[in-house]
Design a binder for this molecule. Sequence first.
Ligand SMILES: [Zn+2]
Length: 339
Amino acid sequence: MLSNLAEIEQEINSFSVNNPEELEAFRLKFISRNGLVTGLFEELKSASRDEKPILGKKLNEVKKLAEGKFNSLKEQFENAVEAGDKLDLTLPPAEFSIGREHLISQTLAEMVKIFREIGFKVTDGPELEDEFYNFDALNTPAHHPARDMQDTFYVQNKFDKSKKYVLRTHTSPVQIRTMLANKPPLRIISPGKVFRNETVTYKNYFMFHQLEGLYVDKNVSMRDLKGVLSYFFKKFYGENTQIRFIPSFFPFTEPSGQIDISCFLCEGKGCKTCKETGWLEIGGCGMVDPNVFKAVNIDPEEFTGYAFGMGMERLTMMKYGITDIRILYQNDVRFLDQF
Ligand SMILES: [Zn+2]
């Protein structure tokens, strides 16, 4: 009987079960009322007194083996049936999409990289600003049109009504904060979000990003400014890019200039994007106004400096031929995925 048991044990282990029908065959062969294992229990009754305990123990082990195999396979098939009810395995897999950096973040990273290469340090400041940093210290007196409610988002201090805050309208307050906290020489860029109370159109948005630069030292001239901007735009738009300054006005710089770059699409020949002029307006710049230096306790007799600013959305839109600013912030992945 022992050799018989070993044989059955081997048979149980090697019995191949791939579907519920085969499992039923397994049950009938080994553990049903007429099965092999059950039959051996009958035989055990006629075994000798000495043999009985050994054979009984071994037989129980074989019985457990058969039942164990049966139960686990049964469970497996039941789960498969259950899952099969919910899953249609013939469906094509769902599209899998990983995220990517927003186009404006890509532009930001590229701009910062170029300016860092020539020694500019990145500085940061709050988006909710005190009027002093956003306007007063930047030589923008109370009656200046830039303070008009049309352009600026004001925020009232609930506990002190005399104090008014603004959502910064430019990143220039970061320059003021930096100049108040540090002594020249200073060579910084301040990229970040700015806010204007504007009607949203294809070219205006109530929030956009600026990158401003400031360099303060002894004997800084307009020529240094042109050199730095020329270097930047050649890196950003291509080696053939030219720049020019056109007289302009900003309260915080004197003299002030509008920055134009040669149209990189037609290379100055004239096209639709540059309105046939060969030039594209891209930002503002100038020499820091002595009144700004006085507001931050820097002696304008000893130091001079230049400042410049540009909108990242405009730079990005021109670079990639995007004609509507709103599409940048609709978070449509079909658009954002292209960059
Ligand atoms: Zn052009």
